[in-house]
Design a protein around this ligand. Structure first.
Ligand SMILES: Nc1ncnc2c1ncn2[C@@H]1O[C@H](COP(=O)(O)OP(=O)(O)OP(=O)(O)O)[C@@H](O)[C@H]1O
Ligand SMILES: [Mg+2]
Length: 210
């Protein structure tokens, strides 16, 4: 059982979007459980439980109130994806990384989110954590270069970053609103493209946790 946690000091950076869409990909590769550890917002639970009769999720979803209650290794899951609430304390982030096969730190490339990224990464780096990787999400298309600029900055600091960015796509919020996987958003070719972005990320995840 591989625990893949999605966490960040900063809120609204794409944690839930990443956890849900990644779980949708991993669910095609092995038995997958999506754990929503955001008791207050329950965004993952709401998203995946919204549409009655929808058969597009190939994973189970559950709400957990504490990390200790994660399933035992013998529970039969290949992948457990943990969606956390924003603003986990520094000690919690480090502990989360220690308990995970991989910690995904999503960030949007705008200045404010990037500042939040530093607050997330600092305690990890100081604690010698190595099993984390930054994911650039909601990246605007060219000629905007925010994504590229942040990638270069992270690269200079030797911060591990997923090689694929997640592009900005309106289909993401549409999928959440309708309670479906972004793959199934109709009439928007960016829906397929952003789904494919997450597919490449899921391949990197599988390779990382192997
Ligand atoms: N690739 C994307 N394209 C467009 N919008 C996106 C993308 N990724 C995320 N968003 C939007 O950004 C907002 C925040 O995303 P999300 O809820 O996944 O972040 P979060 O980190 O889980 O937030 P919170 O801290 O509140 O739990 C949402 O409105 C979501 O639709
Ligand atoms: Mg969330």
């Amino acid at each position: 059982m591989k625990l893949i946690s999605v966490a960040s000091e900063k809120g609204g950076v794409g944690k839930t979007t990443t956890a849900v869409t990644l779980a949708a990909h991993l669910g095609q590769q092995g038995r997958t459980l999506l754990v929503d550890a955001d008791e207050r917002l329950r965004s993952s639970v709401k998203w995946t439980g919204k549409k009655e009769g929808y058969a597009g999720w190939k994973f189970e979803t559950t709400l957990f109130s504490a990390f200790m209650q994660l399933p035992e290794p013998g529970a039969g899951y290949d992948y457990v994806v943990l969606d956390t609430k924003g603003g986990e304390g520094q000690a919690e982030l480090v502990e989360l990384a220690h308990n995970s096969a991989l910690l995904i730190v999503p960030t949007k490339p705008d200045g404010v989110s990037a500042d939040g990224l530093v607050a997330t990464l600092e305690p990890l780096i100081n604690a010698g954590v190595r099993n984390y990787r930054v994911l650039l999400t909601d990246v605007p298309p060219a000629p905007n270069s925010d994504g590229l600029d942040l990638r270069l900055e992270l690269d200079e600091g030797s911060i591990p970053v997923f090689s694929r960015d997640i592009r900005h796509a309106v289909a993401i919020s549409k999928a959440a609103r309708e309670g479906i996987c972004v793959r199934d958003v109709k009439g928007d070719r960016y829906a397929k493209l952003v789904w494919m972005d997450y597919e490449l990320v899921s391949r990197e995840v599988i390779r990382d946790v192997r």
